[in-house]
Ligand binder design. Structure first.
Ligand SMILES: Cc1cc2nc3c(=O)[nH]c(=O)nc-3n(C[C@H](O)[C@H](O)[C@H](O)COP(=O)(O)O)c2cc1C
Length: 180
């Protein structure tokens, strides 16, 4: 049985690298489903993920792909959840337990005990903002999420600093390690 990886993609410039992650995961024999925030669709089209995963993409809580309860069914389907890239906004929502779109609602519905890996990506000022660092601590305190820390590099905005999403291959290694 192939591993079911549920990939969440949020509104970051690093979203295009998630396509690489899907492609790599398929090559390693995993089955992948993708859910996107509305903001993520400004960076990469759902068609790219549909083509790479071979599955419909979940975009809207109220317009499911196979049923009206996709947020529950998709959460149950997942052997593991990975959100890459994770925006500052969605990071804050998860820290507070908010569920106002398909991605955050499905994340909240993930059965306990199922591993979840988060790969934040954002501008250095955003990453180092005390609110983001506090939200990160809150997430860690929940004990439900494994964080793949962003790396230092030249960011898309031209700044050099911490905030770049980790390499897709490394994120996938973390996912496989979390699955044991
Ligand atoms: C060009 C561009 C790049 C962005 N890159 C990031 C990013 O890397 N990380 C981030 O947290 N927000 C980034 N944002 C802002 C988010 O897209 C915005 O906060 C959005 O509301 C996030 O929504 P979501 O969490 O629902 O995906 C970027 C915005 C633009 C216009």
């Amino acid at each position: 049985m192939p591993t079911h990886i549920l990939l969440g993609v949020t509104g970051s410039i690093a979203a295009y690298r998630s396509a690489e992650l899907v492609s790599l995961a398929r090559k390693r024999g995993h089955q992948v489903r993708v859910m996107m925030t509305e903001a993520a669709t400004h960076f990469v089209g759902p068609t790219t993920f549909e083509a790479l995963s071979g599955e419909a993409v979940l975009l809207d809580t109220f317009r499911g792909t196979t049923s009206t309860m996709d947020h529950i069914e998709w959460a149950k389907w997942a052997d593991i959840l990975v959100i890459a890239p994770l925006s500052a906004n969605t990071l804050a929502k998860l820290a507070c337990g908010l569920a106002d779109d398909a991605l955050s609602t499905t994340t909240m519905a993930l059965p306990r005990g199922r591993p979840a890996v988060l790969a934040p990506a954002m501008n250095t000022e955003m990453w180092e903002h005390p609110a983001v660092q506090r939200n990160l601590r809150w997430l860690e305190e929940l004990g439900r999420y494994r964080i793949v820390a962003p790396v230092a590099k030249r960011l898309a905005c031209g700044d050099v600093g911490v905030g770049g999403m980790e390499e897709p291959a490394h994120i996938l290694d973390e996912v496989e390690a979390a699955l044991g």
